[in-house]
Write a new protein. Structure first.
Length: 324
């Protein structure tokens, strides 16, 4: 009787250990086929380029292709929903951005909950945005611009995508500086920059990745950067936070997967992404684009997303912005 009881206990313990062992073996073999990186923005933009660079690095490190799939529309909600509904097996990943944190409050109805339905894997990088005006604009510094906006309410137009990071960066400055300007919605970064350089609008908050060449060529004037400290790419341009402590409106890129993806795969991808970010070649390419590498654990990224979602939720509500 004792023998049978011990045999039963041994078998029971072995049975409970099987799923864990299976997951570990699966993670060790992962990836065994190509992985999709779903991007909610058009090819050629900063988000897309960052996705392709990290995908190339992961392909080289893991011996399988990480292929970028652009699924544009609805402020990246189409791409995010596609990943939420994908199999939680590590073969469909999302290139997450600041937009995901903003959309949680911006959209009245979403078919998913980003925090609930996406498991954070790793951050990739942070991107500065720039307070930009046409070279002929009377203000040559941020403080001069603030004074001009206060003296000329309603005469400054901001070219920005509704609810995107550039728009939110402008709204945050309005709140903290106590000024007002008119948001002129654009469908893309390129037409907004074109009109800003033509003097059709007076103000923009373009990402460094999309606008650096225009500042260097003198086609736009940079008044400040939106990160907490100055950018090495525009070292003479102050940070908004130097005048308004606590201001921060940088963009960020990261990677997430469907929520029930095995922990072992999440941890493996996190380790590979963080290792890739230390490579000199990738860091040099990111530097050229204005992307500052940023590494976090899945738990740190999860907390970061929660903080960003709360922060931008407050800005959306205070600005009274709504998107159906």
């Amino acid at each position: 009787m004792k023998f049978h009881r011990r045999s039963f206990l041994h078998l029971a313990v072995g049975a409970t250990a099987l799923p864990s062992a299976s997951h570990i073996a699966w993670a060790q073999a992962y990836p065994s086929r190509p992985v999709r990186i779903v991007v909610g923005f058009a090819a050629g933009g900063g988000v897309d380029i960052a996705a392709r660079l990290i995908g190339q690095s992961l392909s080289e490190r893991l011996g399988q292709q990480f292929v970028v799939e652009n699924r544009t529309g609805a402020g990246s909600n189409i791409a995010t929903e596609a990943v939420v509904n994908a199999a939680p097996d590590g073969y469909t990943v999302l290139l997450a951005t600041t937009t995901n944190a903003i959309n949680a409050t911006l959209y009245a109805k979403l078919n998913y909950d980003f925090i609930r339905d996406i498991a954070p894997i790793a951050t990739i990088g942070r991107v500065a945005y720039v307070v930009a005006v046409h070279p002929a604009f009377p203000a040559k510094t941020l403080l001069e611009f603030i004074a001009y906006a206060k003296a000329n309410p309603g005469k400054v137009n901001l070219a920005a995508l509704t609810g995107a990071t550039d728009h939110m960066a402008g709204e945050l400055l309005k709140i903290m500086a106590g000024i007002d300007f008119v948001h002129v919605p654009y469908r893309g970064v390129a037409p907004a920059l074109t009109d800003l350089m033509a003097g059709q609008v007076q103000l923009g908050f373009p990402a460094m990745t999309a606008s650096l060449e225009y500042f260097r060529a003198g086609r736009l004037r940079a008044l400040a950067v939106t990160t907490t400290t100055r950018s090495q790419l525009l070292p003479d341009v102050p940070a908004v936070a130097e005048f308004f402590p606590g201001y921060e409106a940088s963009g960020w890129y990261g990677v997430g997967v469907p929520k029930k993806t095995p922990t072992e795969i999440v941890e493996k991808l996190n380790g590979e992404i963080n290792a890739a970010l230390t490579a000199p070649r990738l860091r040099a390419r990111f530097a050229d684009l204005g992307v500052e590498p940023m590494s976090m654990t899945p738990a740190e990224f999860e907390k970061f997303i929660a903080v960003e979602t709360e922060k931008w939720g407050k800005v959306v509500k205070l600005a009274g912005i709504k998107v159906d």
